[in-house]
Design a protein around this ligand. Structure first.
Ligand code: ADE
Length: 256
């Protein structure tokens, strides 16, 4: 079978295995409960890593929610691009999903129409803290790519959509700010473009659902605003993820 035929055959087969990558425990646990997932007692990941897989059947889907766990040295959630790319890689190897969903929180730009509690679907992703000022390496560093297109899903739920910019910092340096502006981003996170990079390596479609906890171009300090809104905004994120999973159930990739 020619590669193009393989891709279209995959697009027409009902989606059955989903991997949901979520960086923070606070974001993951409400979804684990809502979808009645259970922690995998026979881990598919190498021994000793903190990565956690919650698994279950939901409608006709096998759902695997992957949380990178707590850092073994510092005891906090393993946020950021390094852990995100490792767990995406390991999840693909172990589970061969039809679709990946990266769900999480993000900072939003009010100048681009983002408000606290909005849930965005990312149309594009790029990095804003990989500066390599040498021709072509500069573009590689930014790593801009389009995400898997889901026109029907967008129509069904009236989600906001926009470009996502990813970096390994919660705050924003002036260098980052210029790069985020150049990326034309509406939202800013710490994992998306890394998950997209790995998903693209394996040609697995990936959807990015990001809920806004803080306004980056507002007047409140980001860490405080983020922590203050985390729990409430996570509830909005979870409701959206469940609606999206319900929508996906029984459909092929080409119907999304
Ligand atoms: N996640 C939530 N808010 C964020 C921000 N401002 N920057 C990066 N990641 C975030």
């Amino acid at each position: 079978m020619a590669p193009s035929e393989t891709v279209s055959a995959t697009q027409e087969k009902p989606i059955s295995t989903i991997v949901i990558i979520i960086a923070m425990q606070t974001e993951a646990l409400p979804l684990v409960n809502s979808l009645q997932l259970v922690e995998d007692k026979n881990p598919v990941f190498p021994q000793g890593v903190p990565w956690v897989r919650y698994v279950g059947s939901y409608k006709d889907l096998q759902i695997n929610l992957i949380w990178p766990g707590k850092d073994s040295l510092f005891g906090v959630d393993s946020v950021g691009t390094v852990s995100a790319s490792l767990v995406t890689y390991a999840s693909f190897q172990a589970l061969n999903p039809d679709l990946i969903i990266n769900a999480g929180t993000a900072g939003g730009f009010k100048a681009k129409g983002a408000n606290i509690g909005d849930v965005f679907i990312a149309t594009d992703v790029a990095f804003h803290d990989r500066r390599i000022p040498i021709p072509v390496f500069d573009q590689y560093g930014i790593g801009a790519r389009k995400t898997f297109s889901t026109p029907n899903l967008l129509k069904e739920f009236d989600l906001k959509s926009g470009k996502l910019s990813t970096g390994d910092s919660l705050d924003m340096s002036t260098y980052d700010e210029a790069a985020i502006l150049a990326n034309d981003a509406t939202i800013k996170d710490m994992e998306g473009a890394a998950v997209a990079y790995v998903a693209d390596l394996f040609s697995v479609p990936c959807i990015f659902l990001k809920a806004v906890t803080d306004i980056v171009d507002g007047d409140k300090p980001t860490p405080e605003e983020f922590l203050q809104n985390l729990v409430a905004v996570t509830a909005a994120l979870d409701r959206t993820v469940i609606k999206v999973v319900d929508f996906i159930s029984g459909k092929c990739l080409s119907e999304l």
